[in-house]
Design a protein around this ligand. Structure first.
Ligand code: CO
Length: 288
């Protein structure tokens, strides 16, 4: 198929490719941390990106027992397996394959995220999205989105797109009212297929290849990114993605940079060290 004709001058290019680091978090869950690690601290407004993928129960069974969050949003996208979410306000929900939870922690929640399976594949992502200073102490909010409520497009044969947040042509994702005006899409390409994903020009953006390998960017500057690689996408109002001889799958995410000071301590992300001290004090005194 001739992809050259569809490449606009505003196509983003890849400024760097980041590989994740193996880490253990929660009560001993094995993760691949791509954003929020030594070599890639953050991509404003994104503070962390973890991929969890294992069919070894010992890697995930311990889960994430009760822990707090303040000052940002956690976004969980499940590809396989089931995770139970419960917080100290009595909210509870089951994340099943293809579903998304966009949780705005705001001034504070105390919750657990535990696998609801004892074997089989557990696979998905957790992304941390920063909140602007004015919203850090907002009331907590959940957007629990079942798989069926996420629109799936097939713009052309061999190209499938799930729109979790943002707008692709006239299809709008179900996540709403987020300060950083995010785009979050899951793109599947069959062998030899290509697609241009529109992205707001001023947003910071990345593509993470989670299956196969993809050519990302337009023309001679395109880079091949293999499974487990995150491409930082710069300058443009869309990104050109093409599959090679085999199928590929990626998440492509963009958000408006906040350009505010970041003070980070574990599950608390504020603007100043004083606000971190206050968060720790509030948590220890049971104010969450
Ligand atoms: Co959490």
């Amino acid at each position: 198929m001739n992809t050259q004709a569809s490449i606009p001058s505003g196509s983003r290019s890849v400024s760097r490719v980041v590989k994740g680091q193996a880490v253990s978090d929660g009560a001993g869950v094995k993760l691949n941390r791509i954003i929020g690690q030594r070599d890639f601290d953050m991509l404003d407004p994104f503070l962390m990106l973890d991929e969890f993928r294992s069919d070894q129960a010992d890697d995930y069974l311990a889960g994430f027992p009760n822990h707090p969050h303040r000052g940002f949003e956690t976004v969980t996208y499940m590809l396989a397996g089931r995770m139970r979410h419960a917080d100290n306000q009595g909210n509870s929900g089951l994340l099943s394959p293809g579903s998304v939870q966009w949780m705005t922690a705001g001034r504070g929640i105390l919750h657990s995220e535990m696998p609801e399976q004892e074997d089989g594949l557990m696979w998905g992502f957790q992304l941390w999205v920063n909140l602007p200073a004015r919203d850090k102490m907002t009331a907590p909010r959940y957007q629990d989105i079942p798989a069926d409520n996420i629109p799936e497009l097939e713009p052309t044969t061999g190209v499938a797109l799930r729109v979790i947040a943002g707008r692709i042509d006239d299809v709008v994702g179900p996540v709403s009212g987020v300060a950083t005006e995010p785009v979050y899409v899951d793109l599947s390409l069959q062998p030899g297929r290509a697609f241009d994903v529109p992205l707001p020009a001023g947003h910071n953006a990345f593509a993470y290849v989670y299956e196969g390998s993809a050519s990302i960017g337009a023309g001679p500057a395109a880079k091949t990114v293999d499974r487990g690689g995150l491409a930082v996408l710069v300058e443009g109002d869309r990104v050109h993605v093409a599959a090679g001889d085999s199928a590929t799958r990626l998440i492509i995410v963009a958000g408006k940079p906040l350009r505010e000071p970041v003070a980070k301590h574990g599950p608390f992300v504020m603007n100043t060290p004083e606000q971190i001290v206050e968060a720790i004090r509030d948590f220890q005194s049971g104010a969450f």
